[in-house]
Every structure is written in structure tokens, then in C-alpha cells.
Design a protein around this ligand. Sequence first.
Ligand code: GGG
Length: 361
Amino acid sequence: MSPSSRTFRIAAIPGDGVGAEVVAAGRQVLDALAADSAGALEFAWTEFPWGCDHYARTGAMMDEDGLERVRGFDALYFGAVGWPTVPDHVSLWGLRLRLCQNLDQWANVRPVHFLPGVTSPLRAADSAELDWMVVRENSEGEYGGFGGRNFSGRGPGAEVAVQSAVFTEAGCERIMRFAFDLARTRDRRKVSSVTKSNAQQYGMVLWDEVFARVAADYPDVETESVLVDAMAAKFVLRPADLSVVVASNLHADILSDLGSALAGSLGLAASANLNPERRFPSMFEPVHGSAPDIAGQGVCNPVGAIGSAALMLRHFGLDAEAGRVERAVRAACARGVLTRDVGGTATTKDVTAAVIDHLGD
Ligand code: GGG
């Protein structure tokens, strides 16, 4: 290895279902980059076999000391969580949400854009410039974990459950500043804030108030506040009018799935769960879940996971390498190497090999 080489230590957590297939694909792409770097770059992988199989063996989704074990890595590369043998709320809280919340990954960034050769339901619409960043508040809101069961005390048939959404002024402010700072790096300097503050008069009104206050510090950035139902319609009807969209944990979770479906498939969508202060490692994962219906068949779309690996490279400051991966994905798609969710017949391995082929373009 050359004296100027850099080694990045990455914790790979394939998780469940197609998670193992897409994480393998992303690792191959990064390892190909390293192999082509004349020793300047190295990725040192440690795999953690956590997920629903681990739950079946041990009664927990991850090791008890797992948080301590991943804390020292430069990043986490995550696949997917969830399998029909474990209730979804148990698997999600036991692994993905546990990692995000304990590693204070409070900003979840989910880019949405077209890829050449991929048919989108929006292609015919006002969509030439579809290029969004959905910024999801990732630490509180509707996924704060507050609530309880059996409030009526009357048991089955008359049960009352409460699920509270918690919005703190500090939590709202940091995600909004993050969104505004991101908007300043983009051609279109605009932030659209999403709430349902006409119907939810406490937390969402606080969100609106903080948004207005933060916006005053960014007079160069255009703003709008849109109700979530209207934003869902706007995604479809006026996609070119959006740039950065900032929303709560639940709203952005839903809207980013809609966005990726509008771009062509959930399988294309990449994401970064960031701890912007860099006190803890950030986590990179495709937006899609474990897809039990196609798991193990070798046909899942690795593009979301490979795009997430590119986001990880950017987080490491490797912008040129990230650009190579993103261009290679575009070239593979343009060549028609597409999995079946986007109308092709290619396998996961075919797409991965095509991306690696194009790294040298
Ligand atoms: N790769 C992401 C994943 O497995 N997501 C499963 C899921 O349901 N996530 C919910 C969330 O994003 O909060």
C-alpha cells in the first residue's frame, strides 16, 4: 500500500431478505474501485450477521454489545430489515431504528432523480428537471417511540392504544438548518416544508413556526410550506417545482417511497442516515425493505444499494470516486442492463457487473 493510502473501516449489516444480495453488490463495486486505485484506497469490511435469523437464534435482532462494536467504524452499510417470522415493529425497532437513534443519525437524506433508460410514470409530465433531495427528520416525530397499549384497561375488544408524535424545537431546527444548507449547494435553492398542521395543531404547528424562523436566516433560499396531502399531489403533478423537501419522520418516509416509485422503482432509491456532527458513524442503506417475495432469487435491483455506497463515498470526502460510481450506474442503465422491477431481464449480478464495467469510462 502506498504511504498516502486511506483505509475506511465499514461495518456491513446485510440484515434480512434481499439485504444480503444488495449489500454484496455494493461491496463488489467499492472493492472494484479500491482495486483500481493503485493502493490509494482500501475498504476494510467487517460483517455483522444481525436480523431476523439472529432473532430466531438469540431472541434479539442484534448483539447486546452491538452498538459499542459498531461505534468505532467509519460508516455502516446496511441492507434491509424484516421477515415474516418476526413482527415488523419488533425487527425494525430491534435493528434499524435502534442503530439510527443510538448513533444519533438524525438526518436521513433520500435523493430522487431519473436514470437513463428507466421508464417513469412521470416522463411525460413536467419532469425534465426531476431532481429532489428528500430530507427526513430521523430521530423523533412519529417514530419517537412514545405511547402505550390498553389505555382503556378493558382488554381485548375494547383496547385503546396511544401513539404520540414528539417534536422538539431543537430537533425541528437542526433538520431545517440541514435542509437549508443543502439547498444552498444546489442549482435550485428552494426548501419545501411538509406538515399536516391544519389538522395536527401542536407538534406540526411548532414545526411550521420553526421553519419560518429558520427561513429568515436564509433569505437567498426560496421557501414554501405545503400540507402533506397536497405535497403528494405535487410530487405527481408539478415535480419540476421541487428541490429540497424537508419533512417529519413519517411524512418523509412515505413521500420518499412515492418519489422513488415516480422515478421508476423503489429499488433505485438510495439513502444516507447521517450524524452530521460525526460523533458517531453514519449509515448508508437502500430505501427498500427486505422484499421476501423475491429474496434469494438473484433478481433484486442493486441500484439503490450501489447509490447508497456512492453517498457513503461522498461522506468520506471521496467525491470523484462517488461521481465514478454514479456515472457507471447511469451508463449501465442507459445500456439497458435493468432488473425486472424497471422492465428489464437482468439479474442482480448482471447489473453489478455492468456497473463495475463502466467504472473505467
Ligand atoms: N433498507 C431499509 C429498510 O429495510 N427499511 C425497512 C423499513 O420499514 N423502514 C422503515 C423506516 O425507514 O423507518
